[in-house]
Design a protein around this ligand. Structure first.
Ligand code: ASP
Length: 308
């Protein structure tokens, strides 16, 4: 196993040092520009088995783990959770043990409960990758976001990153806070008061409850979706009122640096947290680049964990 990334699992960014983060990003760079048409890495992880186990919806994360595993030559299975024995009452623990017993080497898990990936990791002998656990962490999203920022801005250290929207319920926000603070960026939490994380001070965040002020001089503007599925109905603002107060449009974006990039982990809720013309502006939006870089970044993670 490589020296910095000496861990059997990828459960979160919290506790990961700059050397380990850089090791993953540097290896991802190696996979970014590769020509996959001739199956260049098909022998890399041949014989290893990867299982995707997703208890919540996913488009980008699931598809990119599948593609990343296949490009490395792995045997990839995606358990159709709704059509599996979970539907017959099987627990997460028993489902994970079942896949482990089949000899799966890497288990990619998304689950609505905070701590689900940690709990499974304690129980199985394979490597576990957290693909999102409740409101806690989504480490590969923060890593691909960092790769995107580094490629567009040339560095992470010293960047002013405004992360805006429903930060309280966002695991993407939380993983990004940990990563960006570790890498020496200034991180702003820009959110209506009700959506500021309770531990914002502990996390070392500058808090702004006004979008325009939070965007002033930012190098990176990251917008987040309202995580409706994690809110009580009474907490949910009306889409029109929310966009009026906290939606990113071209006028508000002028407050950020003229060369600021706009990011979003997806899925987009157009006209709620972001206007379509901003999301689709090729001069500012790097949203599809985030998606593109998600595949090589996940290849790097699978490659490193497979060395164990
Ligand atoms: N896809 C990301 C997640 O699973 C972001 C989101 O759903 O808003 O956390």
């Amino acid at each position: 196993m490589a020296s910095d990334f000496s861990r059997p699992h990828l459960l979160g960014i919290k506790g990961m040092d700059a050397a380990a983060i850089n090791q993953i990003l540097d290896l991802a760079e190696h996979y970014v520009e590769a020509d996959y048409s001739d199956h260049a890495f098909a022998e890399k992880c041949r014989g290893r088995a990867l299982a995707n186990l997703f208890f919540e919806p996913s488009t980008r994360t699931l598809a990119s783990f599948e593609l990343a595993g296949k490009r490395l030559g792995m045997d990839v299975i995606t358990l159709p959770v709704a059509a599996s024995s979970v539907h017959k009452g099987e627990t997460l623990s028993d489902t994970a043990a079942t896949l482990d017993a089949m000899g799966v080497d890497l288990l990619v898990l998304r689950h609505p409960e905070t701590g689900a990936a940690q709990a499974v990791a304690r129980q199985v002998s394979c490597s576990v990758i957290n693909a999102g656990d409740g409101t806690n962490e989504h480490p590969t999203q923060a890593l691909l976001d960092a790769l995107t920022m580094r490629r567009h801005k040339g560095r992470l250290e010293g960047l002013v990153v405004a992360i805006c929207g429903d930060l309280k319920h966002s695991r993407v926000g939380r993983s990004n806070f940990h990563l960006l603070r570790t890498m020496g960026a200034t991180v702003r939490a820009v959110a209506p008061k009700a959506f500021v994380p309770d531990d914002a001070a502990e996390l070392g965040l500058e808090v702004f409850d006004n979008l325009e002020r939070g965007l002033e001089g930012a190098d990176v503007v990251m917008m987040l979706r309202l995580q409706k599925e994690r809110m009580a109905v009474a907490e949910l603002p009306s889409p029109v009122a929310y966009f009026a107060a906290f939606g990113l449009d071209a006028e508000r974006l002028k407050k950020a640096r003229p060369d600021a990039i706009v990011m979003h982990p997806g899925p987009l809720n157009r006209g709620i947290e972001i206007a379509s013309d901003v999301a689709d502006d090729p001069a500012r939006s790097v949203i599809l680049d985030q998606v593109r870089l998600g595949v090589p970044l996940r290849m790097a993670v699978l490659d490193l964990l497979s060395r164990g």
